[in-house]
Design a protein around this ligand. Structure first.
Ligand code: MG
Length: 254
């Protein structure tokens, strides 16, 4: 299924997408305790929001071999964790705000894992029961600040620096999905989730040794090679196999 959150007028809805029609639901999509309200909308006529409301976005650094190489970094012995605040999350079609004083700002196409069930110390073998589905993510990064600060909190945490969407796709196998990114239609990143160093199940196990993951939380699984800068006016699209396409436009922050 494809799960969407959207706005229409002053109201916010959760719905599943069938063909081009959104079927609004009430209840908890994560537990399965939901029902259709009977309200129908056309996808083209609504304003999409991020498809989930994470209490935290846990990100993985250097999880593709080719990206570690281009950054001149050795592959870490264990995944590198960092966080993005919920205030950074935006949906498909919403603007990425660029504060000019930060210098270089980069895109990073990433497979986003959406958690469906609360858990701590989840074994990798049980992790699939805690993964609700997948969406596209873009780990927007203030590259100069990341290098200058020596740690990544400031560089990764600006408002709008975590586009997610357009929807959560459930019941798919994420082990061999094509992942690519274009800027203004020009191909910049192209890889496959077969190149991940740690897979989603291993990441759920690794992260939950540290912190409880809640339904709706997100793990951004890292980016492949080809990262590069964005400027105001750019349209950036993340495409992931059977998941979908996430497009956002950059504007200067006024
Ligand atoms: Mg990243």
């Amino acid at each position: 299924m494809k799960w969407v959150r959207f706005k229409k007028g002053n109201c916010e809805y959760t719905a599943f997408l069938a063909e081009e029609t959104l079927h609004a639901v009430e209840g908890d999509i994560y537990t399965g305790d939901w029902h259709k309200t009977g309200e129908l909308f056309l996808l083209a006529e609504v304003e999409l929001m991020a498809p989930c409301r994470p209490t935290k976005v846990v990100c993985i650094g250097l999880n593709y071999r080719d990206h570690a190489q281009e950054m001149g970094e050795a592959l870490p012995a264990e995944p590198i964790l960092f966080l993005k605040p919920p205030s950074a999350v935006i949906g498909a079609g919403q603007f990425i705000l660029y504060p000019e004083w930060i210098g270089r700002m980069d895109y990073e196409a990433e497979l986003a894992v959406v958690i469906g069930k609360r858990g701590k110390n989840i074994a990798a073998g049980d992790a699939w029961q805690h993964i609700f589905g997948y969406t596209c993510g873009n780990d927007i990064t203030a590259r100069h600040l990341q290098k200058k600060d020596g740690q990544w909190s400031r560089a990764k945490s600006f408002d709008t620096f975590c586009p997610l969407g357009p929807w959560i796709v459930t019941e798919i196998d994420a082990s061999a999905l094509d992942i690519s990114l274009t800027v203004n239609g020009e191909l910049k990143q192209q890889s496959s989730t077969t190149q991940l160093v740690a897979n989603p199940a291993q990441l759920v196990a690794f992260v939950t040794r540290v912190m409880t993951l809640e339904a709706g939380d997100v793990i951004l699984t890292g980016t492949p090679a080809g990262v590069g800068p964005l400027k105001p006016g750019d349209s950036v699209t993340v495409r992931i196999g059977s998941v979908g396409e996430l497009t956002n436009t950059v504007i200067a922050e006024s």
